[in-house]
Design a binder for this molecule. Structure first.
Ligand code: HAM
Length: 468
């Protein structure tokens, strides 16, 4: 029997996994500078938590949750999203006593039994952030969005478009929903089955419809912007002013209602190119009543977002920003039993200094060994055979490496360096010594420029040029 991953679920393999790590690491760094800290949440919760917060009638809860009965008969669900869990944890751990706003982020898999297609999976990943606390100041909404865009900018994601809306609060939305329902009743017969059902369960969701023939009908429906109460209107205007203060461009989209029940006031979404119909790379909004709904303090407000990491990755891979760096720095080719112990020690010194080193476990013929170095896309082959051993040098051969275009691929020089000091206590500068504050290896180019840089990094001197 041949096993395969379950439909809608997939493996993330190298080298793509390196890009995932880079993206998640960047999120940690950027969010950290905004004062957010990571919360690690369980993958499963009581089903009731999601039914209450996301909403019993939503597609997510009514059709897409992976729910099962535990051995004690309680109903458990794999989390379809994480905002509910963050709020549950906030209440459970009494975080309302912490000073200021509590700013948390999370990274991990979510589960929804949707129809799989490009950018839509049954196990997918999110990077999300939430702010919980006593304040609902519009500046918080704007700062959360600023952080999100700063993250995308750091990743060099191109073509992201921010859409915003306000969907009112418990004072003004119910009247608008009733008005919408009444208007929808008048055109019921012209709508598809899903929208007809939503007139009864959740009329706002009709605005989400992508059905072609419904578009002209929806365009004529009353718009929430014309029905916001004074407080919501002021809040929304202030959010826009605070976005402008940050130089953030946005589009207003009155149909942006989002598919989860807990939202109120600000909602937002970001679309990115290269994703086809599943082009929302991030969604979020304010959910001021949720803490109270789940048994916490009524005065606690909340806002947050979640990025679909799978989609972000697809969009990044469309652009040069998605190229993965890293790869093999040194292939350490050794020949002869006497060279092996020296090679083992040299490999360890290079690895301790942060270089990525491949050390063949068994001796290979010269051509085969260097052929493997090429196929592994090593940037340098360090060659250590009997001649080198006798002369007290190793040869360094510059290889085309992983990113030939960005490096000096024309350099074919083979030169020797003394490894005498490899046995002494010369300190090798660590790879991180070449990293700037953002962790990019800018100064590291020194080393990748050629054998001279490599020698300098090792604190070694070149003794002779072998050949060209
Ligand atoms: P959501 O809009 O349901 O919001 O999901 C956020 C993002 O997750 C989407 O924009 C999309 O990129 C990604 N996503 C959703 N479903 C899938 C799927 N089946 N496959 C791939 N990616 C998917 C939430 O989850 C809210 N908890 C966001 C939030 C946090 N609101 C406030 N705080």
């Amino acid at each position: 029997m041949k096993f395969q991953a379950i439909k809608g679920v997939r493996d993330i393999l190298p080298p793509e996994s390196a890009l995932w790590n880079r993206v998640e690491q960047t999120a940690r760094e950027v969010f950290g500078t905004f004062g957010f800290a990571e919360i690690r949440l369980p993958i499963f919760e009581q089903s009731e938590l999601f039914a209450r917060s996301v909403g019993q009638e939503t597609d997510i809860v009514s059709k897409e949750m992976y729910s099962f009965q535990d051995r004690d008969e309680s109903s458990i669900s794999l989390r379809p999203e994480a905002t509910a869990s963050v709020v549950r944890a906030y209440i459970e751990h009494g975080m309302q006593t912490l000073p200021g706003n509590v700013k948390l982020y999370y990274v991990g898999p979510m589960f929804r039994r949707e129809r799989p297609q490009k950018g839509r999976y049954r196990q997918f990943y999110q990077i999300g952030a939430e702010v919980l606390g006593p304040s609902d100041a519009p500046g918080i909404d704007a700062e959360v969005i600023e952080m999100l865009l700063a993250f995308f900018e750091r990743l060099k994601l191109k073509g992201a478009v921010l859409s915003i809306n306000s969907i009112g609060d418990k004072n003004c939305r119910p009247a608008y929903v009733e008005l919408l329902r009444a208007e929808l009743q008048k055109v019921r017969e012209q709508l598809g089955a899903d929208s007809q059902r939503r007139i009864d369960t959740n009329p706002l969701r009709v605005l989400d419809s992508k059905l072609e023939h419904e578009q002209v009908i929806i365009e004529k429906l009353p718009r929430i912007a014309d029905h916001l109460c004074a407080e919501c209107r002021v809040h929304y205007d202030e959010v826009k002013r605070h976005l402008a203060l940050r130089g953030i461009a946005y589009q207003e989209n009155w149909r942006l209602v989002r598919g989860l029940d807990y939202y109120m006031r600000t909602t937002f979404e970001i679309t990115a190119p290269g994703l086809g119909s599943q082009n929302a790379v991030c969604g979020g909004g304010r959910y001021d009543g949720l803490v109270e709904l789940l048994g916490g303090q009524a005065t606690t407000k909340g806002i947050g977002f979640a990025i679909g990491t799978d989609r972000l990755m697809l969009s990044l891979q469309e652009s040069p920003a998605g190229e993965v760096g890293g790869g093999l720095d040194v292939y350490l080719a050794w020949f002869g039993a006497a060279a092996q112990p020296v090679a083992i020690k040299l490999a360890r010194r290079l690895r301790d200094a942060g270089f990525v080193v491949e050390l063949p476990a068994v001796e290979m013929k010269f051509g085969k060994s260097l052929g493997l170095a090429d196929r592994l896309k090593a940037r340098h082959a360090v060659i250590l055979g009997n001649d080198e051993l006798a002369a007290g040098v190793v040869a360094v051969k510059r290889l085309p490496g992983k990113n030939p275009a960005s490096e000096d691929a024309g350099y074919k020089g083979v030169q020797g360096l003394s490894f005498g000091d490899a046995r002494s206590n010369v300190v090798i500068p660590t790879r991180s010594a070449f990293q700037d504050r953002r962790g990019t290896l800018s100064g590291f180019a020194l080393w990748s420029r050629g054998p001279e840089g490599f020698l300098a990094a090792l604190g070694m001197t070149m003794v002779r040029s072998l050949a060209n």
